[in-house]
Design a protein around this ligand. Structure first.
Ligand code: NDP
Length: 248
C-alpha cells in the first residue's frame, strides 16, 4: 500500500482485551493504527510491537477518553504523526467487577461509567464528526446487555443504550460525508472486563446462554469490526451489530 494513501485507524482502549485484538487485526489489514490506552503504557507498547512485527505500522497514544482535551490531543497527534484519520473504533469502556442492584449503586460508580462509556464515546465521536476523512468509518461499542437486561447491569447497559442511540443519530448527521457510523454489541467475551470478579459458576452460566455455548473471543469481535471498517461493510450504516453467538 502506498504510504501516502495508507488509511489510519484510531482504536481507543487498545492496550488490552478486545481493543488489542482489533488494533492487531486492522494492522494486518494495512491500516496504520493509533493504539490508545488510559494507563497501561507497557501493554500498549506490546501491541504496537506486535503490529510492527507483522509488518504493519502503529503508534501508542495515551488519552483518557473521558477528558475532552485529551481526546482532541489524541486526534491532533494521530494527524500530526500519521497524516489523517479514516477509522475511529470507540472500544474503550469500563465495567465494575462488582455489580450491585441499581438501588445499591453508588454515585461514584454511576459517574465513572457515564464519564468513560458515554461521555468518552461522545468525546471521540465529536472529534470524528469534523476530522474524519471522506468515506470514513466510526465503529462504536455497545453491549448485548442492552438486549438481555440482566440484573446488576442497569447503569452499564444504560450507557451502552445511549451509545447505540448516538450511533444512529450521528450516522444521519454524517450525510454528505460518506462516513458510516455503526456499533458492535458483544456478548460475554473472554477479557479482564468480563472475567474479573466472577465465580467459575457464573462464567459457565453466562457462557452457556448463547446457542453456540462458549464465550466470545477478542478475535471474534475484531472480525466484526474489520467487516464494518472494510469495503464489505460499506452499505451498513446506523446499525448495531450484536456479536454474541446468538445469545439475544
Ligand atoms: P478490558 O477491560 O479488557 O480493556 C479495556 C481497555 O480500555 C484497556 O485497553 C484500557 O486501557 C482501556 N480504557 C479503559 N478506560 C479508558 C479510558 N478512560 N480512556 C482510554 N482507554 C480506557 O475491556 P474489553 O476489551 O472487555 O472491552 C472493550 C469494549 O467492549 C468495552 O467498551 C466494553 O464495554 C465492551 N464490551 C465487552 C464485553 C466483554 O464481555 N468483554 C461485552 C460487551 C461489551 P488501560 O489498559 O490503559 O487500562
Amino acid at each position: 500500500m502506498n504510504s501516502k494513501q495508507q488509511q489510519v485507524a484510531i482504536v481507543t482502549g487498545a492496550s488490552r482485551g478486545i481493543g488489542a485484538a482489533i488494533a492487531q487485526r486492522l494492522g494486518r489489514e494495512g491500516y496504520a493504527v493509533v493504539v490508545n490506552y488510559a494507563g497501561n503504557a507497557a501493554e500498549a507498547a506490546r501491541v504496537v510491537q506486535a503490529i510492527a512485527d507483522g509488518g504493519g505500522s502503529a503508534i501508542a497514544v495515551q488519552a483518557d477518553v473521558a477528558d475532552p482535551a485529551a481526546v482532541r490531543a489524541l486526534f491532533d497527534q494521530a494527524i500530526a504523526q500519521l497524516g489523517r484519520v479514516d477509522v475511529l473504533v470507540n472500544n474503550a469502556g469500563i465495567m465494575p467487577p462488582q455489580l450491585p442492584a441499581l438501588a445499591d449503586t453508588g454515585d461514584d460508580t454511576f459517574d465513572r461509567l457515564v464519564a468513560v462509556n458515554l461521555k468518552g464515546s461522545f468525546n471521540t465521536m465529536r472529534e470524528a464528526g469534523t476530522r474524519l476523512q471522506h468515506g470514513g468509518r466510526v465503529i462504536n461499542f455497545s453491549s448485548s446487555l442492552v438486549g438481555t437486561r440482566l440484573p446488576g447491569y442497569a447503569v452499564y447497559a444504560a450507557t451502552k443504550a445511549a451509545v447505540e442511540t448516538m450511533t444512529n443519530i450521528l450516522a444521519k448527521e454524517m450525510r454528505g460525508k460518506g462516513i458510516t457510523v455503526n456499533a458492535v454489541a458483544p456478548g460475554p467475551t473472554a477479557t479482564a472486563l468480563f472475567l474479573d470478579g466472577k465465580t467459575p459458576e457464573t462464567i459457565a452460566r453466562l457462557s452457556a446462554m448463547a446457542p453456540l455455548e462458549r464465550l466470545g473471543t477478542p478475535d471474534d469481535i475484531a472480525a466484526a469490526v474489520a467487516f464494518l471498517a472494510g469495503p464489505d461493510g460499506a452499505w451498513i450504516n446506523g446499525q448495531t451489530l450484536r456479536a454474541n453467538g446468538g445469545m439475544v
